[in-house]
Write a protein that binds this ligand. Sequence first.
Ligand code: FAD
Length: 489
Amino acid sequence: MSAREKKAIVIGAGIAGLAAAIRLLCKGYAVDIYEARSEPGGKLHGFHLGDFRFDAGPSLFTMPEQVTDLFRIAGKNPDDYFQYRKLEDSCTYFWSDGKRLTARSDPQAFAQQASETFGVPEKRIADYLAHARNLLATSGSIFLEKPLTKSATWIQTGVIKALWTLRAPDLLFSMDRLNRLRLEEPHLVQMFNRFATYNGSDPYRTPGIMAMIAALEHGQGTYFPGGGMVSITEALHRLLMDLGVRLHYNSQVDEILVEGGRAKGVRVGIEKFAADLVVSNMDIWYSYRRLLPGQKAPERILNQERSSSAMVFYWGMKSTFPELGLHNIFFSGNYPDEFRQIFQEGRLSEDPTVYINISSKEQAGDAPAGCENWFVMVNAPRHQGQDWEGLRGVIRKAIIHKLEMRMGRDIASEIIEEKVWDPPGIEADTWSYQGALYGNSSNNALAAFLRHPNMNGRIGGLMHVGGTVHPGGGIPLCLLSAKIATAAL
Ligand code: FAD
């Protein structure tokens, strides 16, 4: 049978589902995507609030080659579908003691400015970043680009190089301990601890090796997609249409049909659809609990601690704020306490770290003239039945108080449009168990090995892609999950 006659079904049009569908179409499969929502993108969707445009979820774009790769393998010119530009500044940081820094992306420029701002030797910062880049290039490429369950991954020469780059503290110390050891200066330690939140983890527990994440922002660089983050979804959607996908919206898959140990198709309501290959982009927890109820589930993986969630306020502001850039962080005065409350007590901090993304800084049309679109996010615990309605008011007050103190101007009266996305909302809208943004957390040294593999080892013809399986959450890793999954075909 030629591949063209083979049929694949993808469950979910999240970014990983879209990428998997593109790769399968390129391999000659006929592909149907069933999506529960009325639009593609999952967490990566956009919306309008009055005259303001917002991206709902992701705001930081790294590793753009993972997106453009999809156009290249389809024989298309990426520029015909997708535009993006590199940013010179990565983020503007505000510390509780009044210190402030607009961090340059370029590692050399950053080492110099951080040295001037914090009075530490430039070499210390440059060495730290060089080690992070080495880790990303060696260990990162194994953990992010290969299936960990295949023995071939572990007998390649890259493993030896990765082991050579690793130092004992990378594995044995927490990210925070390692950062204190290598950077010493408290502001810098807090800044580099923040990178644990890129996969929803706790810097006081995630292993030091995760310091490699810093090399994305201060090495490879950060980018802005023309049209906003949602343009990634739109571009992949357009490519899929050109490749002849069949996309079924408002079609929630209720079951993966399994016969004789093989996935044979899916059930949507009372209708059954046959396929040679099924790819689930649904959260791995829900994939087992809802779609495969009769199958043995990998309990150890499903019972891992979940990543953090988020409380997001989308605010249309009636003024502009020249002291802010595209990405801004207002740090908590007590970072260890904030993470203890989130991960161990299931609470929101009274002094949260506040992240503000303002896409209208890069793309004026996202807000009316003289206004700005603020995406205001605080890290939140996973949803375990907390009183989110009540918490919403409390945290809103805490955020506004903090911003007014740091910026010395009224914030509350500037808000003319508002919408909120909280952990139960994130769970309900995208089927993300407990509203976790990145599936399981990476709060222990074995976390990378306790992510579900992309090929289902027990059920033939079934693959899993997306932020809750290997290699992890975030746009680039979701795209890589689709690459690893389909590479085996
Ligand atoms: P999802 O986006 O979760 O989509 C899954 C899709 O599958 C949904 O459309 C859902 O409706 C559909 N679906 C599920 N079950 C079924 C079913 N049974 N039948 C049919 N359809 C189904 N990442 C970054 O890289 N940078 C960031 O700055 C960043 N910030 C974030 C901020 C927020 C507030 C959030 C929520 C996420 C953020 N992320 C960020 C993480 C990133 O958004 C996710 O890792 C990524 O988008 C997940 O993509 P996915 O393909 O796994 O699926």
